[in-house]
Ligand binder design. Structure first.
Ligand SMILES: CC(C)(COP(=O)(O)OP(=O)(O)OC[C@H]1O[C@@H](n2cnc3c(N)ncnc32)[C@H](O)[C@@H]1OP(=O)(O)O)[C@@H](O)C(=O)NCCC(=O)NCCS
Length: 204
């Protein structure tokens, strides 16, 4: 699979609709977002950062930041949810997902800005990731979380994920869900075009 070209990325944005009626833009992270993304990660509470990165980290190390800002490299993709208002834009959530082969599955992790948690962004983002996984031809979506992360466990349960021990680390729980091959009625139609484009590039 070939990496998406950076100058093409913005056209593949989706909308996330929250319970409040607010609409967020969800788009791939681009190299120009590096500073804002790092500021977002630094701005998370210590506990949110720990839960997201499964260990202590005050910011994204340079190599990881570089990976986050190059969507498609190594079959890994990062997206950010952006709230707009008063002429400003603010990153309020991020997710990173990776496509694994045999069996085709998508692994993901996500975070929501502490001030924005509890408003349905995590649930909407996970629904969107299901669509992305389906568009990539994955039959399974999964992630690992700390056993102590009650919010993530609750969110995963409500979103229809099943739990099992995470291989190799007793502190983690794996949540996973089979993905229907046909994408559901979820807002990622434009992303499907991006996936088709990747397939096209991959066959060249
Ligand atoms: C886990 C996380 C992504 C959830 O995002 P969110 O936007 O706050 O979640 P939502 O508002 O969509 O909530 C979905 C469900 O989670 C559960 N939940 C949310 N906040 C909760 C809280 N404070 N206590 C208990 N359960 C909670 C509820 O079941 C909720 O469903 P409901 O709104 O119908 O009651 C967010 O809390 C976060 O970023 N945490 C830090 C990083 C992290 O833990 N990442 C997960 C690593 S895989």
């Amino acid at each position: 699979m070939t990496a998406l070209r950076p100058n093409n990325l913005r056209q593949y944005s989706d909308a996330l609709h929250l319970r409040s009626g607010q609409r967020l833009t969800l788009r791939f992270v681009e190299p120009d977002d590096a500073e804002a993304l790092q500021a977002y990660v630094r701005g998370l509470s210590q506990s949110s950062r720990y839960r997201r990165f499964l260990g202590a980290a005050s910011e994204l190390p340079p190599s990881l930041l570089d990976g986050f800002t190059h969507a498609g490299e190594g079959d890994r993709f990062s997206v950010i949810a952006i709230a707009s208002g008063d002429g400003t834009e603010r990153i309020v959530a991020e997710a990173r997902y990776a496509l694994h082969a045999d069996p085709a599955s998508v692994e993901f992790g996500l975070s929501v800005d502490d001030l924005w948690q509890g408003h349905g962004i995590g649930a909407a983002l996970m629904q969107n990731l299901e669509c992305r996984a389906a568009a990539l031809g994955a039959t399974r979506l999964f992630g690992d979380t700390l056993r102590s992360n009650a919010v993530m466990m609750s969110l995963a349960r409500k979103s229809g994920f099943a739990f099992q021990a995470s291989p190799g680390d007793w502190k983690l729980v794996r949540f996973e869900k089979p993905i229907a091959s046909e994408a559901q009625e979820i807002p990622c139609t434009r992303w499907r075009l991006a996936a088709e484009r990747i397939d096209l590039q991959a066959t060249v």
